[in-house]
Design a protein around this ligand. Structure first.
Ligand code: NAD
Length: 309
């Protein structure tokens, strides 16, 4: 019987359907998704034919020890925690689940934008402490939203922005022409996207080319009073530079679902800033998205073995 290890914490969290899919297809399923220790992970993985991986790193040491491993199925989109050179070297097939969680992430990006614009989390925290402050925010209607990366999630955010009568700019060097549906979006250079944004929302994968993409210089190129939203990956926006820019009063605030270190470091300076709203990497954590992603990640494993038989 083939064995699958699942390290994603959210796999099958909202229904038994994805687990049943695997067991009905004859797989034995093991979970390692509570407290993560590399050594224990390697030991668990060593007897497995397949891995459904969450956010943990897949190192060469783990891959080398997993002599039966044939397929790694990412429970989500971003493959930045998987060393693709290593999986290629060991002839391990890698799959992911593109697009299935795009609406959920776009909802969160948009809610973070509204939150920092109208300071809702800040105001709510004050009210819960017995205060009643008349906090003044800014409109998003009529403002410019620059999207850095115009893939699945960037497009979903653009659709929402249209409903809020925003001007939408998109910077994506790999896109030369936009589909007709997005005739309300203007393709922009990086400089135009930065310089015109009232809100800048980041939707690129984390790679060596995008790490630190938004740092001191880019923040300085943006307008005073602009906001940063990051639901892609920690490390794309430099946290130290963001803190400095907010403290100087240049950047007005930030909504972050992803951090350079997750979970957040105790005593993080970001967490002390009233202008910053932080969520615990829950972009794809809607009931609908979790179930769809889990089903597709499970199906990817099943299909791999069906095709290779
Ligand atoms: P996608 O592959 O559909 O789109 C990414 C886009 O970024 C592509 O159009 C690509 O051309 C563009 N791009 C690449 N490098 C760029 C650069 N240097 N500058 C500008 N554009 C660049 O991916 P997606 O589904 O839209 O997801 C985007 C990212 O969101 C993922 O890679 C992942 O890291 C992150 N994500 C986060 C969560 C979460 O829970 N917060 C969930 C899903 C995905």
């Amino acid at each position: 019987m083939r064995r699958v290890l699942i390290t994603s914490r959210s796999f099958g969290q909202v229904s038994d359907e994805p687990l049943n899919l695997l067991t009905d297809a004859g797989f034995e399923v093991d979970f390692y998704n509570v407290k993560y220790e590399e050594k224990e992970f390697i030991q668990k993985l060593s007897g497995c034919d397949a891995l459904i991986i969450g956010a943990n790193q897949l190192t060469e040491e783990a891959v080398a020890a997993a002599v039966k491993l044939k397929v790694v199925s990412k429970h989500g989109t971003g493959l930045d925690n998987i060393d693709l050179d290593v999986t290629k070297k060991y002839k391990i097939h890698v799959t992911n689940v593109p697009a299935a969680n795009s609406n959920a992430v776009a909802d969160l990006a948009f809610s973070l934008m509204l939150d920092v614009a109208r300071k809702t989390s800040y105001a709510s925290n004050k009210v819960k402490k017995g205060q009643w402050p008349k906090v003044i925010g800014v409109d998003v209607c009529g403002k410019t939203l620059s999207l850095i990366g115009f893939g699945e999630i960037g497009k979903c955010v653009a659709r929402r922005a249209r409903g809020f009568s925003m001007n939408v700019l998109a910077y994506d060097p790999y896109i030369k022409k936009l589909p007709d549906e997005f005739n309300f979006v203007k393709l922009a250079t990086f400089e135009e996207a930065l310089g015109n944004a009232d809100f800048l929302s980041v939707h690129v994968p984390l790679t060596s080319g995008t790490r630190g993409l938004i740092d001191k210089n880019e923040l300085q190129m943006m307008k005073k009073g602009s906001f940063i939203i990051n639901t892609s990956r920690g490390g794309i926006v430099s946290e130290d530079d963001l803190i400095e820019s907010i403290e100087k009063g240049h950047t007005a605030g930030a909504g972050l679902d992803v951090l350079e270190t997750e979970p957040i470091n105790a005593g993080s300076r970001l967490a002390e800033l009233d202008q910053v709203t932080i969520t615990p990497h829950i972009g794809m954590y809607s009931h609908e998205a979790i179930n769809t992603v889990s089903m597709v990640a499970a199906q990817n494993v099943i299909e791999f073995f069906e095709k290779s038989e």
